[in-house]
Ligand binder design. Structure first.
Ligand SMILES: [Zn+2]
Length: 438
């Protein structure tokens, strides 16, 4: 109990730093957070430095050598959080940690401050107990929520400083109450497609019926998206072992209809939700803009229309190839009288992890001991760009072991972390860093 109280004390301080990376107004809070982390690490004998990039918040690297003969683990996490405002359906101040109903509540309590702090805290405890059995490096960045454009370059430039035998990340959710080891993550990119059909919006009475309408032209194009079958180019075939693993996941998870709040799941034949989201690509229209939609009506023929599209692709696909194919598809399906423009951003590679290496067996054993059940593999639909950057820079397969509860509501109001799962996370981390078998 004492351990959890001490953990809570530290997390309270960490959460109180309003390290919102999306809004430059919070820059002083970012500085406060970085200083807090630096102090915490230096107090415990770590060498600490920060990396700066042209468009990112300081990245903290803390390094402790226990003994030269021991393997080194690099733990990655992020100190930045999504915005949060009390007025936005929060039951309490998001930056003041609350312990209630068996959970801790606050912004970043799980994503990712709470989860990375589990590892920091365990390591600090083990230092005190002189039981730390590994050399440790913590890399904690401040722009995970905004896709850090500088991180891959900084990693390449500081390869020697970041070098490690293993890489460990905890930044996600369990399935039900069961442990999982993440086995692949989707990659992808965002894209804006803008259609222009005239120099200005036109009068719907004087021109309507005689001129092209950007909203209609874009809608027509969007309705052809299912014909973009090249989206499935280079997708790895799904194995029967993967299907069996995902059938097990479905058995232990909450009902997906309830998780998503939808009436029906629309999947390819023979696939369940874990296979569909983890091992198949998708493209999603994430936003649409055209014409006039404020109070009253504007009798116009819109001259422009814009769609935002998010692409999620799987190993072994390459985002650049899919983007090039999509550009061709747009050219083919856009009438000559429509001018169009495509911009893309946030390109990141999918990653497939080789979880058959011995270290993953050790991790699975620790998870089994702590949770009382064997971990399943999780093919993650989302992305942690750092994990693909590690693979590209070092060739290392990251050990990605989430601790969070599925109903944590990260990014939303009342983000929370179940105390029983925090305890399990601490137990895992304690075993991991004190084990001489790793
Ligand atoms: Zn997040």
């Amino acid at each position: 109990m004492q351990t959890v109280d001490e953990f809570k004390k530290l997390l309270t301080q960490f959460v109180a730093c309003k390290s919102i990376s999306t809004d430059p107004a919070f820059a002083p809070e970012i500085t406060k957070t970085v200083n807090w982390l630096k102090q915490l690490f230096t107090q415990h004998g770590f060498d600490v430095e920060t990396f700066n990039g042209p468009s990112c918040n300081p990245i903290v690297l803390a390094h402790l050598t226990t003994h030269n003969s021991l393997p080194t683990v690099l733990v990655y996490g992020h100190y930045d959080v999504q915005p949060a405002d009390r007025s936005d359906s929060w039951n309490s101040d998001p930056f003041s940690l609350v312990s209630k109903a068996g959970r801790l509540w606050g912004r970043g309590v799980l994503d990712n401050k709470g989860q990375v702090l589990i590892h920091i805290f365990s390591v600090l405890q083990l230092i005190k107990q002189q039981k730390l059995a590994l050399n440790v490096k913590f890399l904690i960045e401040g722009n995970e929520e905004t896709s850090n454009p500088d991180l891959p370059g900084i990693m390449r430039k500081n390869k020697t400083k970041l070098k490690s035998d293993y890489v460990l990340v905890s930044d996600g959710e369990l399935v039900g109450d069961s442990p999982v080891i993440e086995s692949s993550l989707r990659g992808g990119f965002n894209l804006t497609l803008k259609y222009t059909t005239a120099a200005n919006n036109l009068h719907s009475g004087l021109a309507g019926g005689a001129v092209p309408n950007a909203a209609l032209e874009l809608s027509r194009f969007l309705s052809t998206l299912p014909k973009f079958t090249r989206l499935y180019q280079d997708v790895d075939p799904i194995t029967s072992a993967q299907k069996a693993n995902n059938r097990q996941l479905l058995k232990i998870s909450a009902n997906p209809l309830e998780i998503f709040g939808v009436k029906k799941l629309l999947m390819e034949p023979g696939l369940n939700v874990y296979t569909q989201t983890g091992l198949r690509p998708t493209l999603q229209i994430t936003g649409l803009k055209s014409g006039y939609i404020d109070a009253g009506y504007a009798n116009i023929v819109p001259a422009t229309a814009e769609a935002r599209i998010n692409f999620r692709i799987v190993a072994s696909q390459r985002p650049k190839d899919i983007l090039a194919l999509f550009k061709k598809f747009v050219a083919q399906h856009t009438p000559k009288y429509v001018k169009y423009e495509i911009t893309s951003a946030g390109i990141h590679n999918p990653v497939k992890l080789n979880t058959s290496q011995p270290i993953f067996k050790s991790v699975a054993d620790i998870l089994t001991r702590v949770y009382g059940q064997k971990p399943l593999l999780k093919y993650v639909g989302g992305a942690i760009p750092f994990i693909s950057d590690v693979k590209a820079t070092f060739g290392t397969d990251t050990i990605s072991v989430p601790f969070g509860n599925e109903d944590c509501n990260m990014h939303g109001a009342n983000e929370n972390f179940r105390l029983d799962l925090i305890k399990k996370g601490l137990a895992f981390s304690h075993h991991f860093f004190s084990s001489d078998k790793i």
